[in-house]
Design a protein around this ligand. Structure first.
Ligand SMILES: [Zn+2]
Length: 255
């Protein structure tokens, strides 16, 4: 099983998993042209599309990919039923594709029906977590988003987060606003700036590293609370809500 990604739209990652027979699975195709071009070039045989949630920048490519490859099975949560989904799935389900078991994890918060896909060590977490950040909370689902992020934190440390957007630089700038002296964040910021300058891919994002540099995974930390002017006893969930609401204004990114 080999994992690759295509950068699409402004900052979307479209993930592709393929096996030795060149059969492939496409995750969250927000556009079709670039995906079809890649499938033809690499001589892949697309078997399935997996959708994490119902936003158009994750689903817009489905229709045209299906026109070209009508045998593809499209999996998604209930909220994606109008995007040509033929297998509705939910948290706790298991699907078998390319001879691999994939666990469906319920990760609501960004949208109410958001799901993630886990094929060890890869977690396709859509707009729940990004490197050094997390997705926007729509419809006031703060507690759901917080719980989803806490549940991801419990995955094995070597889990590879395959998130759906590339916002790492702006997320780290936001983090340094609160933790300007944090060695891990500063060091990572320098490292990825260099990679971006050299036009290198900054993936992979390992969960154990994210636990050090992603402040949305560190909302229970004393240093973070202190730097924000809160007492040690301040609840981790309240810190999360506070940070996420400021981030909405600070970054002004849609997701
Ligand atoms: Zn979204």
């Amino acid at each position: 099983m080999i994992l690759t990604n295509i950068m699409a739209l402004k900052n979307n990652y479209i993930w592709i998993l393929y096996d030795k027979n060149n059969s492939c699975i496409i995750i969250d195709p927000g556009e079709s042209k670039i995906v079809i071009k890649e499938i033809i070039q690499k001589k892949w045989n697309p078997k399935a599309i997996l959708l994490t949630h119902n936003h158009v920048d994750h689903t817009n490519g489905v229709e045209n990919i299906l026109k070209k490859y009508p045998k593809i099975i499209v999996f998604g949560p209930e909220e994606t039923k109008n995007f040509h989904v033929n297998e509705i799935i939910k948290g706790g389900d298991k699907i078998n594709l390319l001879e691999y078991d994939i666990d469906i994890i319920s990760t609501p918060g960004h949208t109410l029906g958001h799901i993630s896909y886990y094929l060890k060590p890869y977690l396709f977490c859509g707009d729940t977590l990004f490197s050094a950040g997390c997705g926007k909370v729509f419809k006031n689902n703060y507690i759901k988003m917080y719980n989803s992020i806490q549940s991801i934190k419990l995955f094995p440390n070597n889990t590879v987060l395959c998130c759906a957007h590339e916002y790492t630089v702006s997320n780290l700038i936001f983090s340094m606003h609160f933790l300007p002296q944090d060695k891990n964040i500063k060091c990572y910021y320098k490292k990825i700036q260099k990679k971006i300058f050299l036009k290198k891919n900054i993936f992979p994002f390992f969960l154990n590293h994210e636990k050090k540099i992603n402040i949305f995974l560190r909302t229970d930390e004393f240093f973070l609370k202190k730097s924000m002017g809160f007492k040690k006893s301040k609840d981790s969930f309240e810190i999360f809500c506070y940070l996420r609401k400021i981030k909405d204004i600070f970054g002004a990114k849609r997701d």
